[in-house]
Design a protein around this ligand. Structure first.
Ligand code: LCS
Length: 404
């Protein structure tokens, strides 16, 4: 409450966008479950449409509960404004649709969340938009792919599910120097661990379904723009294309955000322990976690992020068959897609979240058949380690190669 802009992120998550209700004093922002808002007079209605009168008109265009969520995330990401969307993909869609047009070119991370890549390769191609997918962990690859018609550099870091980390400041410079915009999908880090706007990003987006909501009970997305003009452009497209959020959904996410710092701290502490434990286990072929010294961008992640997060990927020795046995044998970690929830989830991207990508593209992006993704939650670390241990014991029984 009050002016929260000076506060630290773990205070902001509790107070940004939150204000006592002006009518009742309710401390929790009420759910304004109304599609439309009455005008006291025709002149007032006309004024609201013109923007000369404050107040709401119609929930697709704006709603007090949704506005509270948008203020919260805009402050967390230090942007000029935020737009809440029905899903993370609706947020991605708002960015692509607002910033791309006939003949435009995009340079994007190769290991993007499957549908974020797929819509560029299929739907946008139909409208004359082209995209080049590169390993953005090397900024040189981004620079080389830039063309005069490149309008957007689109980077996911850490990337889903390879945990590859890209240098956001370097990408911002490349985009800026060539007259393009940088959009960062910050879903895996959350605004608590990484603030791309401070590194030069023009747009930041999240699947709110993940860490920000944090309870695996809502889908949602949000787009944050650094500058007011860019925000106005995104807002116009977002409102007219119709992918806006529902007030009840917004309220649930606002409630989830209040515990973001507590959840991320705990899940990240668990993930650090699990990553180190897996790396020392002979049943595991490899582990990718930005917090491990063995991660190819460990130094960059340590500089760019305030912590390595709570998602990791690993390969089970012996390939897909033992990996499948392993994920099916977990009793505490739930076999489900998604991440960033309070409960630990485990999945197999090649056959699940990234299965729509052709095998060659998947493998070129590092999404190999043996890759298992673990989205670590807030359970007691001892229970999680015991669960993984017994599941790996099952996997070892079917491993093609003998366990040393
Ligand atoms: N961006 C990233 C990095 C994501 O991981 C996802 C969803 C999205 C955008 C899209 O958000 P949504 O529309 O689902 O809210 N990632 C998923 C995943 O890894 N498993 O299930 C969904």
């Amino acid at each position: 409450m009050g002016d929260t802009k000076q506060h630290h992120p773990s205070t902001l998550v509790i107070h940004a966008g939150q204000h006592a209700d002006p009518h009742t004093g309710a401390v929790s922002v009420p759910i304004y479950q109304s599609s439309t808002f009455a005008f006291r007079s025709a002149d007032e209605g006309a004024g609201r449409f013109l923007g000369t009168e404050p107040g709401y008109i119609y929930t697709r265009l704006g709603n007090p509960t949704i506005a509270a969520l948008e203020t919260s995330v805009a402050e967390l990401e230090r942007g000029a404004g935020a737009l809440a969307a029905a899903t993370g993909m609706a947020a991605v869609q708002t960015v692509y649709f607002a910033l791309l047009g006939q003949g435009a070119h995009v340079v994007a991370t190769d290991a993007l969340y499957g549908p974020s890549r797929l819509v560029l390769e299929t739907e946008y191609r139909r409208y004359g938009v082209t995209a080049t997918f590169v390993d953005s962990t090397d900024p040189e690859n981004v620079a080389r792919a830039m063309r005069p018609e490149t309008r957007l550099v689109y980077v996911e870091s850490p990337a889903n599910p390879t945990m590859a980390v890209s240098d956001l400041a370097a990408c911002a410079t490349i985009a800026h120097d060539r007259g393009a915009l940088l959009c960062v999908d910050n879903t895996f880090a959350s605004p608590l661990l990484q603030r791309p706007r401070d590194l030069g990003a023009h747009v930041v987006l999240h699947s709110l379904t993940k860490f920000l909501n944090g309870h695996s009970d809502v889908v949602g997305g949000i787009v944050v723009a650094r500058d007011p003009e860019l925000f106005a452009r995104l807002r116009k497209v977002h409102r007219n294309m119709g992918g806006t959020m529902d007030p009840h959904q917004a309220w649930l996410v606002l409630r989830g955000i209040k515990s973001l710092a507590l959840r991320v701290d705990r899940a990240q502490a668990n993930a650090r322990k699990i990553a180190a434990w897996l790396e020392a286990d002979p049943r595991i072929a490899w582990v990718r976690y930005p917090g491990l010294a063995s991660h190819p961008q460990h130094e960059l992640a340590s500089r760019q992020m305030d912590g390595p997060g709570a998602v990791l990927s690993f390969g089970v020795r012996g390939g897909f068959a033992p990996a499948k046995t392993m994920i099916e044998s977990c009793r505490l970690a739930t076999l489900a897609v998604s991440l960033g929830g309070i409960e630990t989830l485990i999945e197999h991207p090649a056959s699940m979240t990234h299965s729509a990508l052709p095998r060659a593209e998947r493998e070129a992006a590092g999404i190999t058949d043996d890759l298992v993704r673990l989205a670590v939650g807030c359970e007691d670390e001892r229970d999680l380690l015991a669960d993984l241990d017994q599941a790996l014991a099952r996997a070892a029984e079917v491993a093609a190669v003998p366990v040393p």
